[in-house]
Every structure is written in C-alpha cells, then in structure tokens.
Design a protein around this ligand. Structure first.
Ligand code: SAM
Length: 204
C-alpha cells in the first residue's frame, strides 16, 4: 500500500483539503465558461474533491490517479452521490491512456509531485479538444515547510511566472492566473500562509 493509498481512507476529513478544492473549483468557474456538455479530466484526482465541486456544471468527469486507494474512494463517492464520474488508476506518462477530446483538464495539488511538469503538460494537451482548457492549481513556491513529510514531493511549489512559462512551453495560450486560497499553518510557533495559485490556459 502506498502513502496515498493509506491517506485516501481519511483524505476528506481534513477541512483544509475541502477548502482548497472548493476555492479551486470556484476559480475554475470564474475563469472558464463551463458548459453542461463538457467532458472533463481530473489529473491526480485523489478522492474527487475538486471535480465533484464542478459536477453540476459539466456533463462527464473522468479521473486519473496513480493511487488505487484514491481511485477506489473516488468511484465509491461518485456512485453514492449519483455523479457521472469514473476514475482509473494510471500513470499517464508511462501508460497508454486512450480517452481524449476533453473540454477541460483540471489538476489540483498534483504538479508538485511531477518531476517534469512541461512533459506532463504536453502529454495532457494531447488529450484536449482544440480550444479546450487546462486549469492547474498548486502551491506558490514555498520553503519546504508545507508538508509534514516531503516524501514524493518533487517541487516546493512553483513561482507563478515559472508555471505560466511551463504552460507556454507546452503550447498553451490565453493564460490567466489568480491566487484562489491561502492555507494557514502553524510552523515553529508562527502562523504561516501558503498561497495556492490557479493558472488556466487554452489549447488554441
Ligand atoms: C495532494 S494529492 C491531491 C488530490 C486531489 N487533486 C485533491 O485536490 O484533493 C496528489 C494526488 O496526485 C496523485 N499523483 C501523484 N503523482 C501522480 C502521477 N504521476 N500520476 C497520477 N497521479 C499522481 C496522488 O496519488 C494523489 O492522489
């Protein structure tokens, strides 16, 4: 069982995670004109926190995640709440993923686990329709104190300009960014703030 398989069992119990997901979903609704027939992909979907907040505004949700535990929780919640969503355990960089023609790809708090962000963005772009949207949310560059354990963390967040440049390098246009949430955590007796960005782009 991996760290994320174990975490999946209690993932939704942390209010911080719900608050981040809700703010990211609200940001997506502000920056992207969602349509009820949209087919969306949630990359690093976890238990579906972000995409399920979008469920009423889109037609179909597909999730992918490298943790079977996360995928199982996602699919159980989708079934219990009658949401048109299905998740698959998959490593998109190394395994074939047949589904394409997505109108929107959303990914929240996952890119800091991805060693080569540009490679991943290019790969994801192949699964988007022409004029489809991408929406990436993650930590603004931090000093390595956000996670209690940095195992599997490839980046201590990203500078906003850095992620915008990654999107441009991968071929996205019409890029917009916002800070959508600030996580507050106590570190060494001090209250610290960790902002979360949302950056959206288009496959024109
Ligand atoms: C911090 S969690 C975020 C989960 C969810 N997006 C949320 O906001 O609650 C990061 C997720 O990315 C997944 N992940 C990490 N590396 C991945 C990869 N290479 N491919 C797919 N999923 C990955 C993990 O299994 C985990 O579920």
């Amino acid at each position: 069982m991996t760290r994320f398989d174990l975490a999946a069992l209690t993932w939704d119990e942390k209010p911080m995670r719900i608050n981040i997901a809700k703010s990211v979903a609200e940001g997506v609704k502000r920056l992207i004109p969602l349509k009820i027939d949209f087919k969306i992909l949630d990359f690093g979907c976890g238990t579906g926190l972000v995409s399920f907040f979008l469920a009423e505004d889109v037609g179909q949700i597909v999730g992918v995640d490298s943790s079977q535990g996360m995928v199982d929780v996602f699919n159980k919640k989708a079934q219990e709440n009658n949401i048109n969503a299905k998740a698959y355990m998959l490593d998109i960089l190394n395994e074939d993923f047949e589904e394409g023609d997505f109108d929107l790809i959303v990914s929240s708090m996952t890119f800091h686990h991805i060693k080569e962000p540009v490679e991943m963005l290019k790969r994801l772009k192949n699964h988007l329709k022409n004029n489809g949207y991408i929406a990436i949310a993650d930590l603004v560059k931090e000093d390595g104190t956000f996670h209690d354990n940095n195992e599997g963390v490839e980046h201590f967040g990203f500078e906003i300009e850095e992620m915008i440049n990654y999107l441009k390098e991968a071929g996205f246009t019409d890029i917009k960014s916002e800070i959508v949430y600030k996580v507050k955590k106590e570190r060494n007796g001090e209250e610290r703030e960790y902002p979360i960005f949302l950056i959206v782009g288009r496959n024109t």
